[in-house]
Design a protein around this ligand. Structure first.
Ligand SMILES: Nc1ncnc2c1ncn2[C@@H]1O[C@H](COP(=O)(O)OP(=O)(O)OP(=O)(O)O)[C@@H](O)[C@H]1O
Ligand SMILES: Nc1nc2c(ncn2[C@@H]2O[C@H](COP(=O)(O)OP(=O)(O)O)[C@@H](O)[C@H]2O)c(=O)[nH]1
Length: 227
């Protein structure tokens, strides 16, 4: 069997983690794991961890580390036969250390996007809450305005994505991400990409991954929903 590939994508809110993760998943056959989607699935399924997580999300807070690690790490341990890309985790140094003790990461992508760009993108971000599908009125608009392409259900705009909330979210990201980025830098697995357009950053990420992911694993792996 080809060597498995494990990667993490980091970046501030609106930096394109979800958009780029989808492209990577399609191009390289990695399973895209999103911590936010996973939390939402647990909330919908009313699991103990989901019920607890909801109380934090409703207050606009991060879910505590012990809840996140309890939710995610057992799932990762089960994914022994799949290459994956994790989006949204780790968000704290404690989470990064817990992840370290579960698996050896091959690569970390860090997105470095100017504040003005984030502000513009998020003020135009529309989400289908049930699936987590994301649209942007200029960049990837839905086929029917205000409606999800697949389900036809209404799209929503999060209060969190308004410019007033963004400054605080960005500050929190910077504070929490700094030690994580330093950790991955010291391990020699950090790759940072800067710019204002996903379409311009993508070719660099694509060529980096082409050198790292053996071609056999690109065909051996398949996309599966998270167990
Ligand atoms: N690794 C994590 N640690 C703590 N809380 C998390 C983590 N991942 C997700 N969450 C919780 O789930 C919520 C939704 O996560 P998700 O990543 O979808 O959206 P977000 O925080 O708006 O991020 P972004 O704007 O970067 O896409 C977060 O706001 C947070 O409360
Ligand atoms: N205008 C524009 N919007 C983009 C670009 N890349 C992503 N987006 C949109 O910006 C928003 C944030 O992207 P997303 O992938 O959700 O970022 P995340 O918060 O880091 O996961 C979404 O509405 C995307 O559709 C880009 O290059 N230009």
């Amino acid at each position: 069997m080809a060597k498995l590939f494990r990667a993490v994508i980091m970046g501030p809110p609106g930096s394109g983690k979800g958009t780029i993760s989808e492209r990577i998943a399609q191009r390289f056959g990695l399973t895209h794991l999103s911590s936010g989607d996973f939390v939402r699935e647990n909330i919908a399924a009313n699991t103990d961890a989901g019920v607890l997580a909801k109380t934090y999300i409703e207050r606009g807070l991060l879910v505590p580390d012990h809840v996140m690690t309890r939710l995610l790490l057992p799932r990762l341990e089960e994914m022994t036969r799949h290459s994956w890309l994790m989006d949204g985790f780790p968000r704290t140094l404690a989470q990064a250390k817990a992840l370290n003790s579960t698996c050896d990461l091959d690569l970390v992508i860090s997105l470095n996007i100017p504040y003005e760009t984030l502000k513009d993108r998020l003020s135009d971000r529309w989400i289908h809450p049930a699936s987590g599908r994301v649209y942007n009125m200029g960049f990837n608009p839905p086929r029917v305005q205000g409606r999800d392409d697949i389900s036809g259900e209404p799209l929503i705009h999060h209060d969190d994505d308004k410019p007033e909330a963004l400054v605080a979210r960005l500050r929190q990201y910077k504070d929490l991400a700094k030690p994580i980025i330093n950790l991955y830098k010291s391990k020699g697995i950090l790759h940072t990409f800067s710019g204002t357009d996903t379409d311009r950053i993508w070719p660099y990420i694509n060529s980096l991954l082409s050198t790292k992911i053996p071609s056999t694993s690109q065909t051996d792996t398949q996309r599966i929903p998270m167990p």
